[in-house]
Design a protein around this ligand. Structure first.
Ligand SMILES: [Mn+2]
Length: 327
């Protein structure tokens, strides 16, 4: 007998070669401690970690991203939500590339204090975690050979970016990339801004969405367990509003949360941040699994039963165990 497909597939990415600090590699294991109930209850299927190469530096980061991309390309994501915990943001090169294999029209919402679109010659730090977007856009020479799929500027939306280097500012302006700054989020209705940007990028409203959330999008005052804190950032509530607005489109197929470094800040702060990350991924995953549960359920019903079934489901508190899995 085939096992029923689990709602959410989870991948850990102990990625730390994209910058100088080692602690981000501890985050997936730390996350599993905070989220053990999800795995034990069977709602989440743990696919394990993408192991890091046994050396450091930019080449290690690129190899790790390739392994991640390859692993994602091999997954069956037709009825599952993919949740990832990193790792530094250099892994985004692999995640987005892997997801583009499944969805060439993917929209990437990059929630981050930074644009991560530098090139080696423009980067003040030279760290690979500040560069994945420029490679994905094809705006950087010397891209890895395995990087075959490109992201078009119209497939990218920045939320929370406020610490931009000159090259990145130029790229965003010239390519007309969507950008919702924290200042804009404060002065306007955030969910309306997001909806407007999504409508501009995807007028048909059909494109699947990947969320790449760097916890340094949060204001420096609110987060200590991450490596590159920046002031004048987003609040927890603003990020939650962003994620909820995206979830409500029912198009979110995958999400990664990166740059949690349990070796920075206090243990209490790291625990709070990680547990928040768990809640956010769980919230995003539910949307996807519920949509599929409804479809699977309805496909087994006579037309006259569908209306009643829809009403029943809409009044149910979310209980995945009660819904047929469809396989
Ligand atoms: Mn980042």
């Amino acid at each position: 007998m085939l096992l029923a497909m689990k709602e959410t597939l989870f991948l850990g990415v102990p990625f730390n070669a994209g910058q100088g600090q080692r602690g981000t590699a501890q985050a997936p294991a730390f996350f599993r401690q905070q989220a053990h109930d999800l795995f034990e209850l069977g709602h989440w299927q743990d696919l394990g970690d993408i192991p890091a190469p046994p050396f450091r530096g930019r080449q290690a980061a690129i190899m790790h991203a390739q392994a991640l991309s390859d692993a994602i390309q091999k997954l069956d994501l037709s009825s599952s939500f993919l949740a990832l915990v990193g790792g530094d943001h250099g892994q985004g090169l692999g995640t987005v590339h892997g997801m583009l294999h499944h969805h060439p029209d993917l929209i990437v919402v990059w929630i981050d204090a930074h644009a991560d679109a530098n090139v080696p010659s423009s980067s003040p730090s030279g760290n690979m975690h500040g560069m994945p977007i420029s490679w994905l856009l094809g705006a950087q020479e010397g891209a890895p050979w395995w990087l075959r799929k490109k992201l078009r500027p119209r497939q990218l939306l920045y939320v929370g970016a406020r610490d931009l280097d000159p090259y990145e500012r130029m790229l965003i302006e010239e390519l007309d990339i969507g950008l919702i700054t924290p200042a804009a989020a404060r002065s306007s209705h955030l969910s309306s801004l997001i909806k407007r940007e999504l409508a501009r990028l995807d007028p048909g409203g059909q494109a699947p969405i990947h969320i790449s959330l760097d916890v340094d999008a949060l204001d420096a005052e609110l987060v200590t367990s991450t490596g590159t804190r920046v002031g004048r950032g987003l609040s927890f509530e603003q990020i939650e509003e962003t994620l909820q607005t995206l979830r409500d489109t029912r198009k979110v197929v995958s999400a990664e949360i990166v740059e949690i470094n349990p070796e920075l800040g206090s243990l209490a702060e790291a625990t709070k941040l990680t547990s928040w990350a768990r809640d956010m991924l769980m919230m995003l995953g539910k949307q996807r699994s519920r949509e599929h549960a409804e479809l699977a359920y309805e496909s087994n019903l006579l037309p006259q039963q569908k209306h009643l079934a829809r009403r029943l489901i809409s009044h149910m508190p979310y209980q995945p165990g009660l819904l047929p899995s469809g396989s």
